[in-house]
Design a protein around this ligand. Structure first.
Ligand code: ATP
Ligand code: MG
Length: 449
């Protein structure tokens, strides 16, 4: 098999080879090339020790961070390349990090410590593809399989459990039976993995083109770090709007959401409170009163636990809090919703509502999508002039009121709020002159009384 290696990568490899070391492009870039997709970066592995890499490549374009782990980063053209010395991992004691790494001279042993067969291939132009563990066969068969004994590999580093799910979700591969059995047996080890790493793999899993199947088949693994998911599984909704249980519905909403971490996390957690809010009325119809508000609160706690940043947490909470609001597509109600979401989050909220609709009773989808289209259309008209229908974008501010003779203090805030209400209700436009006229009128009538 012939792989086209970028010129810079070839230069690095050839420089090392000319000094008597062996060097290859390795890992994800070879997997992607064998699959016929464009790698997003190129990693290089070599028998040269870090200090030998430094002396071969000249210090001027080398970043020395990561040196003690055997990784040298080279700045070449506009790109960064990681060059890693062949290594074997020492003993693992915390289900994540080897006690020490041992530099070795054998490519095969370096490939043996890598996680999955599809990630354990190397290539250079002189030797062609080095595939000792059946990576090409597994790519052909669309299989994720551990290199070596899965139990041992997941015990060494439990993050590999989530990496397996992420690659399967991204590539549309099936996880080979021994590997998947081992994942289920060992998923509890994820408790020993840092939440930051879990969070970033979770986002990768949710964002995969083929996440539906993974999310359905490995729900128990996700429940290890988000136990709130467990009661969603199999929870019937007993409602004409729904044909799926809460978890199946949730997965369909994830799949139908735009890519990206914000939307996928919001979709994952939008109905997280349904199990706690479930009731059945006297007619046998299911309801989940209060689930958006409680869901926003639960989502906030879950995302905080996973150390997501505050901006993401705030936005996900907002989306969940309002996901079930159904304003009439008329200006007054749409302006009120904009005042709650701001212009930044209105359209993302519509995206979540559309995805939500697509995970509901198929007979109701068309009508629900037409409804969100009408809301979006109205949103565009109402915000064309930059209005957001909040105090910040009101065409007058506190200073204007002070200039009209109102003394600074609570009165100002109250008046601004009243003006905003008036704008939302449609009694007046968000126009400076009109607003000032109205304030003057109110002051006059107050003094007359
Ligand atoms: P991506 O396209 O997501 O970057 P990748 O395969 O390049 O995929 P990286 O996380 O960049 O994945 O890692 C590069 C390579 O290092 C992998 O292909 C794999 O060979 C090896 N590797 C990375 N993480 C692990 C791990 N936890 N255990 C074993 N090998 C790993
Ligand atoms: Mg990579």
């Amino acid at each position: 098999m012939k792989i086209k290696i970028p010129e810079n990568v070839n230069i690095i490899i050839n420089t090392l080879v000319s000094r008597g070391y062996s060097a290859y492009a390795v890992g994800g870039c070879i997997r992607d090339s064998v699959m016929g997709t464009l790698p997003h970066d190129w990693d290089i592995c070599t028998s040269a020790r870090p200090e030998e890499i430094l002396s071969a490549l000249g210090k001027h374009n080398v970043i020395e961070s990561g040196l003690k782990h055997g990784t040298v980063t080279v700045h070449f053209g506009d790109e960064l390349y990681e060059i890693t010395t062949f290594r074997a991992d020492g003993a693992y004691t915390d289900n994540r990090h080897p006690e020490n790494v041992i530099f070795i001279r054998s490519l095969r042993d370096d490939l043996a410590r890598r996680d999955f067969t599809v990630n354990a291939m190397a290539y250079n132009e002189a030797e062609g593809l080095c595939d000792y563990f059946g990576g090409t066969d597994d790519i052909r068969d669309k299989v994720i399989r551990c290199v070596g004994d899965p139990d041992k590999r997941f015990n060494e580093d439990a993050l590999r459990i989530l990496r397996a799910l992420r690659f399967a979700s991204r590539l549309g591969f099936e996880i080979e039976r021994n590997t998947s059995d081992s994942i289920r047996r060992n998923s509890g080890l994820l408790r020993n993995i840092s939440v930051e790493r879990i969070a970033s793999e979770l986002v990768g899993i949710l964002d995969g083109e083929y996440c539906e199947r993974i999310l359905m088949e490995y729900t128990d693994v996700l429940s290890v770090f988000i136990p709130e998911i467990q009661p969603m599984i199999g929870l019937e909704q007993r409602n004409p709007h729904h044909v799926y249980d809460v978890w199946t519905h949730t997965v369909k909403v994830i799949v139908n959401s735009p890519h990206g971490r914000l939307m996928r996390l919001a979709a994952l957690l939008h109905d997280i409170a349904k199990p706690r809010c479930a009731t059945v009325d006297e007619k046998g119809i299911g309801h989940f009163h209060g689930h958006p508000a409680l869901g926003a609160e639960m989502a906030g706690k879950i995302l905080k636990r996973l150390h997501f940043d505050n901006d993401t947490i705030d936005k996900v909470r907002l989306l969940i809090k309002y996901h079930d609001l159904r304003p009439q597509p008329e200006p007054k109600q749409v302006r009120r919703l904009i005042s709650k979401t701001g212009t930044e989050m209105f359209l993302p909220l519509m995206e979540l509502k559309k995805a939500d609709a697509m995970g509901q009773n198929p007979e109701t989808i068309k009508e629900k999508l037409e409804y969100t289209d009408r809301l979006e259309q109205m949103y565009r008209e109402l915000t064309a002039d930059g209005s957001e229908f909040n105090i910040k974008t009101l065409a007058i501010n506190g200073n204007d009121l002070i200039s009209l003779g109102i003394s600074p203090g609570r009165e100002i805030g109250r008046l601004l709020k009243e003006m905003l209400e008036l704008v939302i209700e449609g009694g007046i436009r968000n126009d400076r002159e009109e607003l000032l006229r109205e304030v003057r009128r109110r002051i006059d009538s107050d003094t007359k009384v």
